[in-house]
Design a protein around this ligand. Structure first.
Ligand SMILES: Cc1cc2nc3c(=O)[nH]c(=O)nc-3n(C[C@H](O)[C@H](O)[C@H](O)COP(=O)(O)O)c2cc1C
Length: 216
């Protein structure tokens, strides 16, 4: 099969975690001869080309990061320019995020299922996975370690043409962390992470505490 893949991150290719994920995913997907074209919506100059590819494709995969619990605004802007398809195209999604619990991806997943229908496409499922904040900061070896599980999902997609298999569903990992882990993460965010955010804010010239509420 031939797949049109659209990276829906507003980050340019070099900095995009979605790009690194797609790199491993497509390796797995292409092992048995499948092929793909890849476009980035971060490159606004290519939008006419992406639209043309969309119009001509019957197998579309949009890979996107979760931004503020939702889909990135730039991707939304692009999607609003598409004409719904007629004639049996399929649309699937990879939805990835920073925080690791599956539950936070479910709202976006429900939206994407509707989106496929609104664009006149059969829904090929959404591969949901969090825990991806640091991918772009890792060295080559650790980045491959972190993203190589997506290679297996590429093989699944190649074999089934969708993300509906039990393996793809299990790939998300835990919906909600157990209570002790949630407590530990909460503590970590209130201490170490807060300190590091404050340091970053100060380095950008911020003089007020991060929880300063000037309008209350
Ligand atoms: C503006 C912004 C908002 C984000 N919002 C969320 C969020 O609500 N939940 C989450 O788990 N991760 C969030 N993230 C983290 C991204 O989903 C994560 O780092 C992702 O891997 C980025 O992919 P990209 O580099 O291809 O854009 C956010 C990141 C940014 C920059």
């Amino acid at each position: 099969m031939h797949v049109l893949i659209i990276n829906g991150s507003p980050r340019i290719k070099k900095y995009s975690n979605t790009d690194k994920i797609l790199s491993e995913f497509t390796k797995g997907m292409c092992e048995k001869g499948d092929t793909f074209d890849l476009y980035e919506i971060s490159d606004k100059k290519s939008w006419d080309n992406i639209r043309k590819a969309y119009d001509e494709s019957d197998n579309i995969l949009i890979a996107l990061p979760l931004y503020v619990e939702c889909i990135p605004g730039l991707l939304m802007e692009f999607l609003e320019t598409l004409t719904p398809k007629t004639g049996g195209a399929k649309m699937s999604f990879i939805l990835q995020s920073g925080f690791a619990e599956g539950v936070q991806l479910r709202c976006g997943e429900a939206y994407l299922e509707r989106l496929a229908g609104r664009l006149g496409c059969e829904y090929g499922g959404t591969l949901c996975k969090g825990g991806n904040f640091e991918i772009r900061f890792l060295n080559d070896e650790n980045r491959v370690k972190a993203t190589s599980p997506y290679g297996e999902m590429g093989r699944e997609f190649s074999a089934n043409g969708n993300f509906n298999s039990d393996k793809c569903k299990a790939f998300t990992g835990p919906e909600i962390f157990p209570a002790p882990v949630r407590l530990m993460v909460g503590f970590f965010f209130r201490t170490a992470v807060r300190k590091s955010f404050m340091r970053d804010a100060e380095s950008l010239g911020c003089t007020k505490p991060l929880d300063y509420k000037p309008y209350t």
